[in-house]
Design a binder for this molecule. Structure first.
Ligand SMILES: C[S@@+](CC[C@H](N)C(=O)[O-])C[C@H]1O[C@@H](n2cnc3c(N)ncnc32)[C@H](O)[C@@H]1O
Length: 207
């Protein structure tokens, strides 16, 4: 049965994210995506970077079913593994050893503001354990800079998130990067992305 979900934002942001990934991703190895949602990013990036293995994950079964349906629909079954059940707070993450050995980096798109702050803490903590020196953790989404919104639309978006769940909300980049530091990640680059989003590249600076 076709269980594909369609998240319209993925159509809008995937090309610009791809443009950054092109400069970062090495030819071989694997990438772990946290909070993959519908799976539309996953199959898109798997097709764009055919030599690597794109490993999706999500805690919600409806999302994992959608990801599997997208993998089927795009005929990527031979190349792309099935999504993992990863809730960043449920540790340790259950990840195949093969994936750990080949892991280039971890990416999470539009997740940390749609989850409690404890998820940001858990994401850095577990990524810090999994990734070796020099490997990356990439975050994409809206951020506050110096505790200020970067646009009025982000301010309204933040309020709407908090109305849905008081623990959600757009994060302050400095606090996110401090969490990185606690887990041996330095903030390598902040890239301005369309629609008032940022892509932040963190690198592990020790084992
Ligand atoms: C706004 S959606 C973004 C989905 C996708 N990355 C995208 O950009 O379309 C947020 C995603 O974060 C996932 N998520 C929420 N809490 C999480 C957690 N504790 N651990 C991992 N993922 C989580 C949700 O299931 C959802 O798929």
């Amino acid at each position: 049965m076709d269980k594909r979900l369609f998240f319209p934002a993925t159509q809008r942001n995937r090309k610009s994210i791809e443009g950054v990934l092109y400069k970062i991703i090495k030819k071989n190895g694997s990438i772990l995506e946290i909070g993959s949602g519908s799976g539309e990013h996953g199959v898109f990036f798997q097709k764009r970077f055919p030599k690597i293995v794109w490993q999706t994950s999500d805690p919600a079964s409806i999302h994992r079913e959608s990801i599997s349906s997208w993998i089927d629909y795009e005929k990527l079954n031979k190349k792309m593994p099935q999504p993992l059940m990863i809730d960043v707070e449920k540790i340790p993450w259950k990840i195949p050893l093969k994936l750990i050995y080949s892991l280039q980096g971890i990416i999470s798109i539009n997740m940390i503001h749609v989850a409690p702050w404890s998820c940001t803490e858990a994401l850095f903590r577990e990524s810090g354990k999994l990734l070796n020196k020099g490997r990356f953790l990439i975050l994409y989404g809206p951020f506050k800079i110096d505790n200020k919104h970067t646009s009025q639309s982000n301010y309204f978006f933040d309020n709407s998130l908090k109305m849905q769940n008081s623990l959600w909300g757009i994060r302050n980049l400095e606090e996110v990067s401090d969490e990185g530091k606690k887990n041996s990640f330095f903030q390598q680059e902040i890239i301005n992305m369309p629609a008032n989003n940022f892509l932040i590249i963190y690198r592990k600076d020790s084992n």
